[in-house]
Design a protein around this ligand. Structure first.
Ligand code: NOJ
Ligand code: CA
Length: 539
């Protein structure tokens, strides 16, 4: 399959690499065991050295932390745990000085139950803010208004005894959903966006954007015929009437209109949907998300054929104005190295950084941080508390960044809020930086090559036939062509050309001592090896 970049003028977010920071876990400067904004500022040198173009910060707003910042009490301030607005401004200035962009997490689907808007809304049925949230009378049986369930378990409706009605919350009861059908809610969040855009923020990653509008008739969600006992209980029902409603695209267009007023800002939407639904979130060229997050690589079985098929399916489904993007992990999902092991994590890094489309890299994945088993008594994630033992808890992917071999890995001089991975003495920035074959060095080299070579950032993508174990594709801009071959297995894999023959030189390999090697009649990849090669000729 052949995919070209249609827009001749590429934007920073098309060429660049985004790096997700989970601020609690990145770098602590005051010894309270929780990362903070001064910590991020102090580590910008590292991010610049790594070569990333933008940082996305998970929420830093004032919050009771029922869901670690995804429950906000003030959209236009910074939680004292993380610092001050002044620290934030300093961060933006320091990042911009380095040519790095700053993307904030925007959480418009719900607030904290302690947000003044909800405090007012729940105070009485006559409150001017009553309809800013979703209130309903009890159902005919005297219970919740309908069968909608929370992502974190149980009914998505909580009875407010004082006013005798239920309010809807897609997540915790401490996170009531805003009513986006209300014009004042739209205006209030647009104002929040302007507040940050005026401060120089370069974009937003919008939390659960596909949830923003719910069915106006409050119909029951249908049962999911594919549900398997033991899996995530939320999947018992199809989210037909609670997510991905047609009107959501008008809401996104409203947000885009706010952003379009500013120069070159980026709107990313968090969307967990199948490809054909996901791509509708590109909207039209001026009305949709620039990048609806594409989580195919998180969901797909880690096999050459499955990954190649997912990439092709996504590329073919993109609208003509849609720029692709790729994600291997985030603060909600098992880490990539935990999922596929350290050897394949190198192959995954090469895939992420050579595909056509903006890569988003989750902090610590560049080191090969793995999932950390958290003892029950130290579990922090509310999801783990509500639905224990199902493997749904997200703490294992949120442990402190591993900077060096010192007692708390250089993350804090206090007690880290989550335990460190036992691996930190070898898997850390200082150690890996010194090692020319580490995963960190591999990331840095791939990022540098990607930045230097138009073929690898905005160039065309053209997949070529591989084998059961090898995925291959070409990236091309003008006469510059790179062939990428990835061995998804732990066995050597030989490949001879069928049809077009490629003659080239290996530029980067995940294996040792291969760079500079030339090939002509085919390639034999070592176990778990990926290569990026310059193709000098094609016959
Ligand atoms: C998605 C966020 O990524 C996740 O961490 C959070 O719990 C839910 N949205 C609710 O805001
Ligand atoms: Ca701190």
């Amino acid at each position: 399959m052949e995919c070209e970049t249609r827009d001749p003028v590429s934007r920073w977010w098309q060429r660049g690499v985004i790096y997700q920071i989970y601020p609690r876990s990145f770098a602590d400067t005051n010894g309270d065991g929780v990362g903070d904004l001064p910590g991020i500022i102090a580590r910008l040198d590292y991010l610049e050295w790594l070569g990333v173009d933008a940082i996305w910060l998970s929420p830093i707003y004032p919050s009771p932390m029922a869901d670690f910042g995804y429950d906000i009490t003030d959209y236009t301030d910074v939680h004292p745990l993380f610092g001050t607005l002044k620290d934030f401004d300093d961060l933006v200035t320091s990042a911009h000085r380095r040519g790095m962009k700053v993307i904030m997490d925007l959480v418009p689907n719900h607030t904290s139950e302690h947000h003044p808007w909800f405090v007012s809304s729940r105070a009485s049925r006559q409150s001017p803010k009553r309809d800013w949230y979703i209130w309903r009378d009890a159902g005919p049986d005297g219970g919740p208004p309908n069968n909608w369930i929370s992502n974190f378990g149980g009914s998505a409706w909580t009875l407010d005894k004082h006013t005798g009605q239920y309010y809807y919350h897609a997540y915790l009861k401490e996170q009531p959903d805003l009513n986006w059908r209300h014009q004042d809610v739209q205006s209030a969040i647009h104002d929040v966006m302007r507040f940050w855009l005026d401060r120089g923020v370069d974009g937003f990653r919008v939390d659960v954007i596909w949830h923003l509008i719910k069915d106006d008739q409050f119909r029951h969600n249908p049962p999911n015929p594919d549900y398997q006992p033991g899996e995530w209980p939320y999947r018992q029902l199809l989210a037909t009437y609670t997510t991905d409603r047609p009107e959501v695209h008008d809401i996104i267009a409203g947000m885009r209109a706010v952003m379009n007023y500013y120069d070159d800002r980026l709107l990313i939407g968090e969307v967990y949907l199948p490809i054909e639904r996901l791509v509708t979130y590109y909207g039209t060229a001026e009305s949709g998300c620039h990048l609806p997050f594409n989580f195919q690589l998180i969901a797909v079985p880690w096999r050459a054929d499955a990954v190649a098929a997912a990439v092709d399916a996504y590329e073919s489904a993109l609208p003509s104005h849609g720029w692709p993007n790729w994600v291997l992990g985030n603060h909600d999902k098992p880490r990539i190295a935990a999922r596929i092991g350290p050897a394949q994590a190198r192959v995954a890094a090469m895939l992420l950084l050579t595909l056509r489309g903006t890569p988003t890299l989750y902090y610590g994945d560049e080191l090969g941080m793995e999932g950390v088993a958290i003892p029950t008594h130290l579990a922090q994630d509310p999801w783990e508390h509500r639905q224990p033992g199902l493997g749904l808890g997200r703490d294992p992917s949120r442990t402190p960044m591993q900077w060096n071999r010192s007692p708390h890995a250089g993350f804090t001089r206090g007690i880290p809020w989550l335990p460190l991975s036992p691996s930190f003495r070898t898997v850390n920035v200082d150690t890996e930086r010194m090692n020319s074959t580490s995963l960190l060095t591999l990331h840095r080299r791939l990022i540098a090559l990607r930045r230097a070579e138009p073929a690898l950032n905005t160039g065309a993508y053209h997949r070529i036939p591989g084998t059961d174990d090898i995925m291959m594709f070409v990236r091309q801009a003008g006469a510059s062509r790179f062939l990428i071959a990835l061995n998804f297995s732990s066995k050597p894999a030989a490949l001879s050309w069928s049809g077009t023959r490629y003659r080239g030189t290996i530029v980067i390999s995940t294996a040792l001592n291969r760079e500079g090697e030339r090939f002509e009649d085919g390639i034999t990849l070592r176990p778990d090896e990926g290569i990026v090669s310059i193709v000098s000729d094609e016959t």
